[in-house]
Design a protein around this ligand. Structure first.
Ligand code: ADP
Length: 464
């Protein structure tokens, strides 16, 4: 397609240029030749005038006329004042009337202030153009020097046009190759990726738009590869998380069926516990995926978060007390109401509190606080936000794990091996739920000293 377009452009532009050059050269040259003819005719007329002045008669003109001829392709015809042809270098029209043979536009021969005749120049080149030639048809066929010259010029023009076209095509071909090669590379890349070869990368190094396209393509392929990797990892994680409770349930039921375990409360409780775990896991996964896909329906209402925290905190008093952990709060007297889904906020607070209790040893302390901030560029907060923080004096999180604790299924290895804790979804849910409210989450932690999780939620003006 590109090659066709290039060919068309080259042929049309070179052809048009050659044609216009031809037309303008011809017309310029004709004008030049006609002016020259005009001067020549005037010269001839003045020579003829002096000739006439000698005897006042038009006889024996032939020799003079043939001497006056510039070239054999010209023809000079002289008519007397009565319009009778008295001289003709071709001898054909002598004795005829000028109007009968169609002679027009002659140059007047003026002798002693009187018009004594006309001279007509017939030049094959300016035929019909300058007013010095015959108006009528002619037997003249020999090509004049001028026509010859013009033909040569036009031949050169054609040669130059062909050379120009060949050079343009060659240059265009190189340019096109530079365009089509990366396009072809990209097409191959796109096919490879479409066929599932997500590791395929294109090699386009140019610094132009095509290079940009190549880099964008590679970024896209890398993102797809990453997304595919995450999808697989997630399926593996989910399968893994489902397998553990299912194995426990299956084993216990088998034991009861085989009579190894009595079907008593203890074993039924064990099964119940695992089904509760499965139920929570599936609920968490559903919440996460609906929030991530933006399909979570929030029941937004102006909510007093301080009040919500105060109501929710006592539910953690019992597990905290059981573990010998002190629960404290540092809440402002009043804070602006914010547009949130109260149930989701309870879920966020619940997950943070459960984690804090789980990771704080006996004798530790958990403090829940809240404050309003105006901006925090480090965490991308611009405008008033209510920041709720849960600080504990627990085991802390090492710097290598810290950036990942909000990831799905991410668990710090020790807690996994100890067999305690959830599926690694708690903090991912905290993050997702905060973000669907337009909020931000972050954590500060020092190994062995404790961790503080922060949730910032935007305060909108209308709810102030
Ligand atoms: P899980 O449901 O397994 O607790 P989370 O997403 O809630 O998963 O937490 C991810 C990881 O972050 C956990 O494995 C845990 O080790 C770590 N973590 C979470 N909260 C705390 C905390 N308050 N103190 C120390 N580590 C924590």
């Amino acid at each position: 397609k590109l090659a066709g377009a290039l060919l068309l452009v080259v042929v049309v532009s070179v052809g048009l240029m050659a044609y216009l050059m031809n037309v303008s050269t011809s017309s310029e040259f004709r004008q030049y030749a006609s002016q020259r003819d005009e001067r020549y005719a005037e010269d001839v007329a003045s020579v003829l005038a002096s000739f006439y002045e000698r005897d006042h008669i038009w006889t024996d003109l032939d020799e003079l006329l043939s001497n006056l001829l510039r070239s054999t392709s010209d023809r000079l015809v002289v008519a007397d004042s009565g319009g009778l042809v008295v001289g003709d270098t071709d001898n054909g029209w002598v004795g005829e009337t000028a109007t009968d043979v169609g002679l027009t536009g002659g140059t007047a021969i003026v002798a002693s202030g009187e018009e004594v005749g006309d001279v007509y120049l017939y030049s094959s080149f300016t035929r019909g153009g300058s007013g010095h030639g015959y108006g009528g048809g002619s037997q003249q066929s020999s090509v004049s020097n001028e026509q010859d010259f013009l033909d040569r010029v036009n031949r050169w023009l054609a040669v130059v046009a062909i050379i120009a076209a060949v050079i343009a095509l060659a240059l265009g071909g190189i340019l096109m190759w530079q365009i089509t090669r990366p396009v072809k590379t990209l097409a191959i890349g796109a096919r490879q990726v479409a066929q599932g070869n997500l590791a395929y990368r294109v090699d386009i190094r140019s610094k132009d738009e095509l290079g940009d396209l190549g880099r964008s393509f590679n970024t896209m392929a890398a993102n797809l590869q990453q997304a595919e990797l995450e999808r697989r990892r997630m399926i593996a994680d989910i399968t893994h998380e489902l397998r553990t409770p299912l194995t426990v349930i299956d084993g216990t039921v088998d034991g009861i069926q085989d009579g190894v375990f009595p079907p008593d409360k203890e074993h039924l409780d064990a099964i119940k516990e695992q089904t509760a775990l499965l139920a929570r896991l599936t609920a968490d996964l559903r919440d996460l995926s609906t929030a991530e896909s933006g399909q979570l329906k929030l029941q937004l209402a102006a909510t007093d978060m301080i009040d919500l925290i105060r109501r929710k905190l006592p539910t953690f008093a019992v597990p905290a007390k059981e573990k010998g952990i002190e629960l404290a709060s540092a809440l402002p007297q009043d804070a602006p109401r914010i547009e949130v889904d109260a149930d989701r906020m309870e879920q966020v607070l619940g997950n943070l509190m459960t984690n804090a209790i789980r990771h704080t040893p006996p004798g530790g302390k958990i403090t829940v606080s809240a404050r309003v901030i105006d901006r925090d560029t480090v965490h991308g907060i611009d405008g008033p936000n209510l920041v709720v923080s849960v600080a504990d004096t627990g085991e802390g999180i090492s710097p290598e794990h810290l950036p990942h604790v909000f990831d799905r299924f991410y668990r710090v290895e020790e807690s996994r091996s100890r067999g305690e804790g959830g599926a690694g979804l708690g903090l991912a849910i905290v993050k997702q739920m905060s973000e669907v409210h337009g909020g931000r989450v972050w954590v500060e932690s020092e190994l062995g000293k404790g961790s503080t999780f922060h949730v910032a939620l935007p305060v909108k003006n209308h709810s102030l």
